[in-house]
Each structure stands twice: as C-alpha cells, then as structure tokens.
Design a protein. Sequence first.
Length: 354
Amino acid sequence: MSEELKKYREQIDRIDDELLKLFNQRAGLAQQIGRVKGTGAVLRPEREAQVLQRMAQANTGPLSHQGVSQLFTEVMSQCRALEAPLRVAYLGPQGTFSEAAVFQRFGQATEGLPEDSFDAVFAAVDSGAANYGLVPVENSTEGAIGRTLDLLLNSNLRICGEVLLQVHQCLMTNEPDLSMIRKVYVHPQSFGQCQGWLHAHLPNVERITASSNADAARLAAEESFAAAIAGEQAAERFKLKVLARNIEDDARNTTRFLVIGNQDVAPSGKDKTSLAMSAPNRPGAMHDLLTPLAKNGVSMTKLESRPSGTGLWEYVFYVDIEGHQSDAKVATALTQLKQIAAFVKVLGSYPVAV
C-alpha cells in the first residue's frame, strides 16, 4: 500500500469515528425529544421536510442532493425508531413499487405492512393497526388512480405527505432469452407504461393481468415460458433473471404517492394543499370555483375530475394548490370558495416532496 493511499484511508477512518459519535449524539437528542413529546405523534412531516430542505441548500457536493436526502432520511429513520416503531401500510405484496416508496420516504427502520387493496390500507390506518398508509394517486404516464381519489373523498384520514418515485420497469423471467417467452404477467398500470416496448419486442405474446407488480413476478417465477413486468426489487425477491431494464416508454416515468394519517401537519415553509370540491349545476360554475384562487394569488398545480357517484354526469373536482391552509392568502381563498361551492373538503396540507 502506498503512503498516499494509507494517508487517505486514515483520514477516512478518523472521519468515520467522528460521524459515529455525532450520529449517536443526534440519536440521544431524538430520544430526549420523544420524552418531551410524550404520547404525541412520532412523525413530524413538516420538521423532517425542513431538515431535508436545509441539507439540500447547504450541500456543496460532491454528493448529489438526492444522495444527501437519502442519507438523512436513513439517519432520521434510525433515530425515529428509537422513539417508537413506525408502521406503514401499503399495497402489497412485498416487492411492489409501493413498498419501495415506503422505504424511500420513511427509511429502512420502518415496519411495512403489506395490504391486499387500497381500501385495506385506509382501514389499517383508520383502525390504528398502522401509523400511516401510503397509496399511489397518479402516474406521469397513466394519470390519476381513481380508487385512491374516491377513498380520500369518503375517509376522515388526512394527507400528511407525498412521495415521488421514479418508476423503472423491468422484464424478468426464468428463461434465458426473449424468444422463449409465451406469456407476460403485468399489472394494468405497468402495461400502460410499457406498451411501446411490448409491441416492439414481444408483439405476439399473451398478456395476462396481475393484481400487482410483485404478484406478476410471483406468477412468472412459478411457470415456464412466462415473464413479468415489475421493478428490480421484485426480481430479487422472486429470484428471476432481468432480461431488459428501463422498458417504460417514458424515461421520466414517475408515480406520485400520498402519505395518509390521522394528524394535521403544521406548515413547513414549502407546502401543498389538496382539496375536493363540486360545483352547482349552472353556467359558469367551474369558472366561479377557480376565481377565489386567482383573486388571492393562489397557484393551482393540479385539477382532476372524477364522477361523484351521486348522479349521472355529476363530478367532484380534485385540486392541488401551493401553500398551507393556514397561510393567509390560502385561508382567505378557502373561505371564499366555501361560500361559492356546493361542497368543499380540505384533504390535507403537507410538505412538498423533497
């Protein structure tokens, strides 16, 4: 070993020793905060968002902002676990993109609770079996997920946060090459995201709907001449070979997930508020609904319509706006909106995904 290399390694060892000491100091302070809070909420989404935002602003490299965010997410996850285990329900089974989103948001020191439906995720949080739930709400390729929107409308749970997960689809199988594949198991959302690749590379192969990406991988693992489309974590779990990576038609393919819980989240300084509302059935009603937002300088980032289920051609509009519901201009706009709309429900205010 050269003297120069030895010198660098000794410096790294000293830094590692100091990091370990500082991590434990931080963990000790987290424990003290837990004792001060008593029976209060284990997770403070606004505080964690502020930490990640501050670290991103202070980062001068060479680590990427994403790398710094992942590091501090894991540090906070381990510190949080000293206070109490965090249980998060998600659409299972293990190996889904939903599970990946849980660990991206909450870190590895989290107990994931796989459920068999979106309804079961909401029920687990509502009953107290889980502290939080995580559900997909929209995909950049395939659009909104209707069942999540319906459940948000009819539940007393609130949105506590959001997660943006870049989704990379893989084709996995037990077979050695594409020519051996006779059927592909695929979840409808994943099929929509990979249609171009399938038409180009497996045009005559049977496509069979699976209940989730992980279930598609499980089915493919049990059969000959079968493949699945899922994330790489599913291939690892079911010991399948990945024959093709990043087969999604849009390289920017991203799924947005919502964290649901029983708490209201305080302002973080960079927040979003989600609403559900309906307009009276008269000319210009939709224009009138949007007027309070424009009048008060509140920026709308999303507008989605969904059948209300209460009558033919009646709709509920789902809206995301910038700012927290306690912000002065947002609060004023909401007050005015409630005077105009047939129905308004604030689904939650929460930090923008970091």
